[in-house]
Design a protein around this ligand. Structure first.
Ligand SMILES: [Zn+2]
Length: 299
């Protein structure tokens, strides 16, 4: 009896340790952070842009409480809460996830502890079941295509465009100000991120074309260095799409000439039109290799 109890304890401990290790994504102690600083930009009418390192989110302060988006990671979320407390003592009522990636949505526990409700596209639940993180509370409210968060007379519209960067990304719109908050699929004046992790090139282009049809004048993007303006004109969405189309056209043209080696493609494909964009020299070859994989593997 004693032995079987000991065995049970052992099995339970083993189970617990496997759960703990699965939950230990590095976002618990994120890279970057403190040395890169954080800042808050007041956009007026209760809208703020919070920046931590190269990550950004928006939050909205209303008479009835606060709507927060993308808590980023435990370190950034604590800083964000501190900044919100300088502005209002109203509770954070809602936290909206832009998509499933841990580098954007970890750290929400400080808001969960205050009773905030978490909102995300329904596929975020599936993704977090497959890749759980102790730092990332599961969404309480999920939706399929569209959802509007309402609080204190303000509205934040959420819209899903199908797969593009993962398959759970939502674009957020402030209908009154005609501002979009777009994470990862639009980063103004910068080539695509490194090897384009979890980006699906053709679906990305399709989504951007659909987003261009929305009613909006401005874009706040989920990434930006310290010196980037907090807000950009609507044209940055088309600029991002045209960059991707130019990249794909250039790789395909070289591919059609018989250059099938990704190493060779990285050397010969150039897009001088974008030479002033951020990370042109460093990341363009990685972008090219991702598009090579798209044409080579259909992925
Ligand atoms: Zn992402």
């Amino acid at each position: 009896m004693k032995r079987s109890f000991a065995l049970l304890v052992f099995v339970f401990a083993l189970l617990l340790s496997s759960i703990t290790s699965a939950a230990n994504f590095p976002t618990e102690e994120p890279m970057g952070g403190e040395p890169f600083g954080h800042s808050v930009k007041n956009m007026g009418n209760g809208l703020y842009v919070f920046r931590w390192w190269v990550y950004r989110n928006i939050f909205m302060v209303t008479d009835e409480g606060v709507i927060v988006t993308d808590p980023m990671n435990p370190k950034a979320a604590k800083l964000l809460l501190g900044e919100i407390r300088k502005i209002t003592d109203k509770p954070v009522k809602y936290v909206v996830y832009s998509h499933n990636h841990h580098d954007h949505i970890s750290g929400g526990k400080v808001f969960k502890d205050q009773g905030a409700k978490f909102i995300a596209h329904k596929n975020v639940l599936k993704e977090l079941a497959d890749h759980p993180s102790a730092a990332t509370p599961l969404p309480d409210i999920t939706f399929e295509k569209e959802y509007t968060v309402r609080l204190g007379g303000r509205a934040l519209e959420l819209k899903y465009f199908g797969p593009n960067h993962g398959d759970s990304l939502v674009v957020m719109r402030l209908p009154k100000e005609k501002i979009l908050f777009i994470v990862d699929i639009v980063t103004p004046r910068r080539v695509a991120f490194r090897g384009m992790p979890d980006f699906w090139p053709d679906e990305w282009v399709r989504s951007l074309k659909e987003i261009e049809q929305m009613d909006f004048d401005y874009v706040i993007s989920g990434h930006g260095p310290v010196n980037q303006p907090a807000i950009d004109p609507a044209t940055v969405v088309a600029e991002q799409r045209i960059y991707l189309e130019d990249l794909m056209t250039a790789v395909k043209a070289e591919f059609n000439k018989g250059t099938h080696s990704p190493d060779k493609l990285r050397q010969v494909v150039k897009l001088p039109k974008y030479k002033n964009w951020q990370y042109y020299d460093e990341w363009l070859p990685m972008n090219i290799e991702r598009i090579w994989a798209y044409y080579h593997m259909g992925w």
